[in-house]
Each structure stands twice: as structure tokens, then as C-alpha cells.
Design a protein around this ligand. Structure first.
Ligand SMILES: [Zn+2]
Ligand SMILES: [Zn+2]
Length: 189
């Protein structure tokens, strides 16, 4: 939904603090034997996030009534401050990730949740920089920007992954293009 400046940019201030806090507590509580498990859970959380990011973008942002309209708003006005309110994303992370893990597998709850939120922060940061020309000029930045611009301007049923193209390759939604950048060179294989 459309957010004010504080709501939109709040993610970039609050999430680093929350992630560092949750990860610190998780490692603090872990016994020496659990240290590697906590580390693995953190990395796993980031990986799981990339799949959730793909799934949410493909099935929720592009198909769920009301949410689809809000996401259309982003497609139509790419620099508008549109995002998920921080109270909602935090509530979802606590209610759907941390608490269930705490009940089912407490040993990895903190580490996995910290990794998962780090993945989310990585996503909102990359997506913001793509649309505000802040990614720099590296080959990696160019590739991320190009694949997301193809989603916006060429085929919004492809390239759902923003931080990586991995799941698009796995599920066959990777947009294949020939030639460099001019629209007439864009063609599906
Ligand atoms: Zn976008
Ligand atoms: Zn989209």
C-alpha cells in the first residue's frame, strides 16, 4: 500500500536493528554445540526467504484481489512509496515464522527468523535501489535491474524473483531475451 516517508524508509532502519538483535540473542543462547546449527538456520532462513519472495510476488501480489490493485499501483508508478507497513510485516514474521518455529523446533527459531528477515531486508533494499537508480554500475547490479525491468515492461508473468533469478529458472518463469536492450530485440525463446 502507499506509505508515508517514515513508513516506507522505516524498514531500512528498524529491520537491521531487529535482525541484529534476534541473531545476537540466538547466538548468545546457543551452546557451543548449537553454534553451527544456529549459523546453518540463519543461512537457511535467507534461502527460504528467496522462495517466499518468488511465491508472494507470483501468486499474491499479482493475483490476490486488493493486494493485486496495490501492486498494480507500483507497476504504474515505480518510484511511488508503495510497500508493506512495518507493523504488518513484523507481525507476520512473529506470527507465521518465529512463534511456530519456537513451538516446533525451538533450537533454530531465532537463527532462522533472523535469516528470513535478513532476506526480506535484502529484498526491500534491492527493489528500492532498482527503482531509484541506486544500485551502481556493476555487472551484478545491471543483471538484477534488467531482469526486474523485463518484469515491469515486457512480461509481468515472468521474472518474479527480485533478489535472484534462481526460482524463475526452477519454475520456468525466467524471461528469455535475445540481443541487448532495445525493446524490439526482446523476444521469448
Ligand atoms: Zn518493481
Ligand atoms: Zn510485479
Amino acid at each position: 500500500m502507499r506509505l508515508g516517508k517514515v513508513g516506507y524508509y522505516g524498514d531500512f532502519v528498524v529491520y537491521p536493528l531487529v535482525i541484529v538483535g534476534v541473531a545476537t540473542v540466538a547466538f548468545w543462547r546457543a551452546s557451543p554445540e548449537q553454534f553451527a546449527t544456529t549459523m546453518t538456520a540463519l543461512v537457511l532462513g535467507i534461502g527460504i526467504w528467496t522462495l517466499v519472495e518468488y511465491t508472494l510476488h507470483r501468486y499474491v501480489l499479482h493475483h490476490l484481489p486488493h493486494i493485486k490493485e496495490m501492486h498494480d499501483g507500483h507497476h504504474n508508478d515505480q518510484t511511488a512509496l508503495i510497500g508493506t507497513p512495518i507493523w504488518l510485516s513484523l507481525a507476520l514474521f512473529v506470527g507465521l515464522v518465529y512463534l511456530p518455529l519456537l513451538v516446533l523446533v525451538p533450537a533454530i527459531a531465532g537463527g532462522l527468523t533472523a535469516g528470513f528477515m535478513a532476506g526480506y531486508l535484502w529484498y526491500v533494499t534491492v527493489h528500492h535501489l532498482i527503482h531509484h537508480d541506486g544500485l551502481g554500475r556493476s555487472a551484478y547490479a545491471y543483471r538484477l535491474k534488467r531482469r526486474h525491468m523485463l518484469h515491469h515492461h515486457f512480461d509481468d508473468e515472468g521474472n518474479f524473483g527480485v533478489t535472484s533469478g534462481f526460482w524463475d529458472l526452477v519454475f520456468g518463469t525466467d524471461i528469455k531475451v535475445r540481443g541487448p536492450n532495445t525493446p524490439r530485440d526482446l523476444a521469448k525463446d
